[in-house]
Design a protein around this ligand. Structure first.
Ligand code: ACO
Length: 385
């Protein structure tokens, strides 16, 4: 026995463990509620814009007109990427997953950031800078791989969400598309101490820099049981192919002990409030747009019924990733970009938590319960080989 193994408490996956105090967001997993700085996310989606919500999450209060204007100007100014950086970025391979490109390109951006731009006294500007830069990186990747020109000459009239769609697709979005993207970014901006936010905070707890924290977070978000699930959901809907096959698919997954993507959550043991909103939009959009997304929505509805009938008693319901992919499909976005959109939104939550945590910083250094051998004799063990 090691000296501490009898006294250490072990909670697999840190379930039920709080790692910090925070006033950024609150998740009520029983009632299915999500609050950003005290405001119900459903209200924010209804009445607010992504820029306003980003300000709220970073600064802790809703912005005045002047404060919002200043934030918008900064977001616009910070979209400009250094020429030298762009030259190197153009040498990056394009036959990779967009999340890998995003992770590597944010890390590379760190090489170009000066202490003036991203030092101890400019952390908030660094958060805004990263939020402005992430959509640019996704756009650059996507347009280059499509062999299309880069739309780096951004329109000053467009807000964050509209500009992202404009740059990605090369034409200004319709007003409804702009609204949906703006609201999707609000819904994905923050969710307490989820895995990628925790990764960002762990990195920042060593007093490392913001680019390193966000690079850690992107690598963590990518995983298929975290943010990567939105892409996997649409792959699953494609595999099922027919609404009549949904029930059989669920039966097979359960018999084989496989997870059904887009269902279940560590905290929500009821319908994820974000999924409820996304489902409504998906339904509206597929009825307007039709096509593959409509088919996917029909399969998703059957799947939801089959899963909740079987697993609802275990608290397993659709999570944020279940309907978001169908919404993005309706906006003409390819499925391998879905998780990058998540990152484009969640960078606000990551950086808000990094800034908050650093205010009362303590390095993360948990223990592992040692289960290996002790006191081995090197010579004896070596002689056995
Ligand atoms: N399909 C089938 N069964 C499930 C699912 C699922 N999607 N999710 C959980 N379960 C079951 C488990 O098999 C387990 O059953 P058991 O108690 O009989 O063994 C029970 O529910 C609890 O599961 P855990 O793995 O302990 O739950 P945990 O909190 O660790 O995991 C997670 C949460 C990772 C989200 C899980 O539900 C999952 O893998 N879901 C599918 C992937 C997904 O959609 N991820 C996105 C989550 S949202 C986000 O991160 C942005």
């Amino acid at each position: 026995m090691s000296e501490l193994s009898g006294t250490l408490q072990y909670f697999k996956g840190l379930e039920g463990v709080a790692v910090t105090e925070s006033s950024i967001s609150y998740v009520d997993g029983v009632r299915g509620k999500l609050l950003y700085r005290g405001f119900d996310v459903e209200d924010l989606v209804e009445h607010s814009t992504f820029e306003e919500v980003a300000y709220l999450l970073w600064y802790g209060h809703l912005p005045s007109e002047g404060e919002l204007c200043e934030l918008r100007e900064k977001l616009m100014k910070f979209r400009k990427l250094p020429e030298e950086y762009l030259k190197i970025l153009k040498t990056f391979p394009l036959d990779v997953h967009p999340m890998d490109f995003l992770r590597a390109s944010v890390s590379l951006l760190g090489l170009f950031s000066t202490p003036d731009e991203c030092g101890e006294n400019t952390r908030m500007d660094c958060a805004i800078r990263l939020t402005a830069q992430l959509p640019m990186l996704v756009t650059i990747f996507h347009r280059r791989r499509m062999g299309k020109e880069l739309n780096l000459d951004v329109s000053e009239k467009l807000g964050h969400a509209a500009n992202f769609l404009y740059m990605l697709r090369g034409k200004p979005p319709e007003s409804m598309e702009e609204t949906i993207m703006d609201k999707a970014l609000i819904l994905h901006a923050e969710q307490e101490m989820n895995a990628s936010t925790f990764a960002a905070v762990v990195t920042a707890s060593t007093l490392s820099d913001m680019y390193s924290a966000v690079t850690s977070a992107i690598g963590t978000l990518k995983g298929p049981i975290h943010g990567g699930a939105n892409e996997k959901v649409v792959e699953m809907l494609e595999e099922i192919g027919d609404p009549e096959e949904a029930e059989g698919y669920v039966e097979r997954c359960l018999a084989e002990g496989r997870r059904i993507m887009g269902f279940g959550h560590r905290i929500y043991k009821t319908y994820d409030p974000r999924a409820r909103i996304l489902k409504k939009w998906a339904e509206t959009l597929v009825n307007i747009r039709g096509g593959r997304a409509k088919r996917h929505f029909e399969i998703a509805m059957k799947l939801e019924k089959a899963v909740t009938e079987r697993l609802g008693n275990k608290g397993i319901y659709p999570n944020v990733d279940f309907y978001s992919g169908i919404v993005y499909e309706c906006l003409g976005i390819p499925k391998d970009l879905f998780t990058t959109i998540f990152a484009v939104a969640r960078v606000v939550g990551w950086t808000a938590h990094v800034i908050e945590y650093n205010e009362t910083n303590r390095i993360f250094r948990p223990r592992a319960i040692y289960k290996g051998p002790m006191n081995l004799n090197y010579k004896i063990e070596k002689s056995k080989r």
